[in-house]
Design a protein around this ligand. Structure first.
Ligand SMILES: [Zn+2]
Length: 416
C-alpha cells in the first residue's frame, strides 16, 4: 500500500465518511470496524471489499443518484458529472477537490500562466480538474473546450497562451495546423508564448515529447487520474514515472486474487481517494501499472508509478505466467542496439497441453536476418524474454520491415 497521507488524516477522513455516507457506513459495519478505533490504512482497508466501476454503477442504480457514496448531501457538492456506466461522479466544495494543483505545480505551472484548456466542459470532469489546478496556483484559464481546431489555432495566435491542457494527439494536430496557417515554422515560433503542456487520458510518446521540447521549446508533462477519483499521479520535472498524489492511497493488486503483487511488479491500481464529499474506498481502476521503487532525484517522497501499462484483461497467461502487450513493446527496446528492429509481436498457441510462445521480429535491414547478427539478435531476445516475461520462447522468427502489418502485439491463438 502506497501513501503519503498520515494515519490521523486517514482516521479523520474515514470517520467523517462513516457519519455521512451510507455506503461507507455499510462497508465498515459489515467488516466490524468501529470508527472510534481506526488503525492505519494498512490495517483497515484490506478488510473492505474492492469495488469495481460496474458495481459502483449498479449501486447508484439501486440507490440513486449516488449509491450512498456522497457524505454531505447536495450542500457538500459543486458539480455532478455523468461517466459511461452510467456513473454519477461529483465534485465537492473544496477549491481543489480533485488534488490537481500539486500536479500542475510539479509541471512548473504558476501565477500568471494562461492555459488553453481543450478538455470538454460537457458532463465530464477533466476540464474542471484542469481549471481547479491552474486557478489554485494563480493561473488563468481559456475555457476553449471542444471548439473547432481553426478557432483554437486563432486563440494560440492572438493570446499569450503559455500552457496547454488536453490530449497529446490534439496538441500535435493544433501545432500542425498552426504551422500551416502561419507559413514557415521559423516565423511563428518566436511569437508563440507556449512553454508547457499538461496531458492526461492519452499516453505521451517519447517522440512527441522530444519534438515538443526541441522544435517548440515546450515541456510536456503527463498526469493520471479518473473521473471518479480525480488526480491519482503526475510527472515531476524528472519526467520518469508519476508521483502518487497527496490525497490518494494506492494498492497494486493481482486482478484475480486481489492480493498485493510483489513491489515493482505489474498489477491493477486500486485507489482510495480522500475526498470527503465522495469518499470512494478501494475503487478498482482496471488500469495496470507498477511501482518504481527507486527514490526520485527530485526529492519528492511520494512513490512513483510507471504510468498505465495496460488494462486488466489484456494479459495472456502462458505456462502459468501473465504476459502483457507493453512487455512485448519493451522487448523491442532491449534489442535496439543490435539491429534496427521496427516491430516485435508475440503469439501464443498450444501443442497438446503445453502453451507455446513465438516471437516475430521485423528488422529494417536485410543483413540483420541472417548470419551472426541474426544469431545474436535471437540469443539476446530469448534471454530478455526469459528475464522479463519469465517464459522461454519456443521460436523467434525474423521478418522484413512492414511484413507484420497490423498484427496485435500479443495474440492468443489457443482454442478455448
Ligand atoms: Zn520526482
Amino acid at each position: 500500500m502506497y501513501r503519503t497521507v498520515s494515519d490521523s488524516e486517514f482516521a479523520a477522513f474515514l470517520s467523517y465518511a462513516y457519519r455521512g455516507a451510507p455506503a461507507v457506513r455499510r462497508l465498515l459495519d459489515e467488516a466490524g470496524i468501529t470508527p472510534g478505533e481506526l488503525g492505519p490504512p494498512e490495517e483497515v482497508l484490506p478488510n473492505l471489499p474492492v469495488t469495481q466501476k460496474e458495481e459502483l454503477a449498479a449501486q447508484q442504480q439501486a440507490d440513486p443518484p449516488f449509491g450512498g457514496w456522497v457524505s454531505g448531501g447536495m450542500t457538500s457538492l459543486r458539480r455532478v458529472f455523468v461517466s459511461p456506466g452510467p456513473i454519477h461522479n461529483v465534485e465537492g466544495t473544496r477549491p481543489d477537490d480533485w488534488g490537481a494543483a500539486e500536479a500542475f505545480r510539479a509541471a512548473g505551472f504558476g501565477p500568471g500562466d494562461l492555459v488553453l484548456n481543450t478538455f470538454t466542459y460537457h458532463l465530464s470532469p477533466a476540464a474542471f480538474i484542469v481549471e481547479a489546478g491552474v486557478l489554485t496556483l494563480g493561473g488563468v484559464v481559456v475555457p476553449a473546450g471542444t471548439m473547432s481546431r481553426s478557432e483554437q489555432v486563432r486563440l494560440l495566435q492572438q493570446l499569450p497562451v503559455t500552457g496547454f491542457a488536453g490530449v497529446p494527439s490534439y496538441l500535435r494536430a493544433l501545432l500542425a495546423a498552426l504551422t500551416e496557417s502561419s507559413g514557415a515554422m521559423e516565423g511563428i515560433k518566436p511569437l508563440l508564448a507556449l512553454r508547457r503542456a499538461w496531458f492526461t487520458a492519452e499516453r505521451l510518446d517519447d517522440d512527441f515529447r522530444r519534438e515538443l521540447a526541441e522544435e517548440w521549446s515546450v515541456k510536456g508533462f503527463q498526469g493520471y487520474g479518473t473521473a471518479e477519483l480525480g488526480i491519482v499521479a503526475y510527472e515531476c520535472e524528472v519526467q520518469h514515472g508519476m508521483h502518487l498524489g497527496e490525497q490518494v492511497i494506492v494498492e497494486v493488486l493481482d486482478p484475480s486474487t486481489r492480493e498485493p503483487v510483489p513491489e515493482g511488479e505489474v498489477g491493477e491500481l486500486v485507489v482510495t481517494a480522500m475526498r470527503p464529499a465522495y469518499p470512494l474506498l478501494r475503487l478498482a481502476t482496471g488500469d495496470l501499472s507498477r511501482v518504481i521503487t527507486e527514490p526520485c532525484p527530485c526529492g519528492r517522497p511520494a512513490v512513483r508509478i510507471a504510468g498505465v501499462l495496460g488494462r486488466v484483461g489484456s494479459g495472456v497467461k502462458v505456462r502459468g505466467m501473465f504476459i502483457y502487450p507493453h512487455q512485448i513493446e519493451e522487448l523491442a527496446r532491449v534489442v535496439a542496439g543490435i539491429a534496427r528492429v521496427t516491430r516485435i509481436t508475440a503469439r501464443v498457441d498450444q501443442e497438446g497441453h503445453r502453451d507455446r510462445l513465438f516471437l516475430d521480429v521485423e528488422t529494417a535491414v536485410g543483413e540483420a536476418r541472417e548470419g551472426t547478427v541474426a544469431t545474436a539478435l535471437k540469443e539476446v531476445l530469448a534471454a530478455a524474454a526469459r528475464d522479463r516475461l519469465r517464459v522461454r520462447p519456443d521460436g523467434i522468427e525474423l521478418h522484413p520491415a512492414g511484413s507484420l502489418g497490423d498484427r496485435p502485439l500479443l495474440a492468443d491463438e489457443r482454442q478455448s
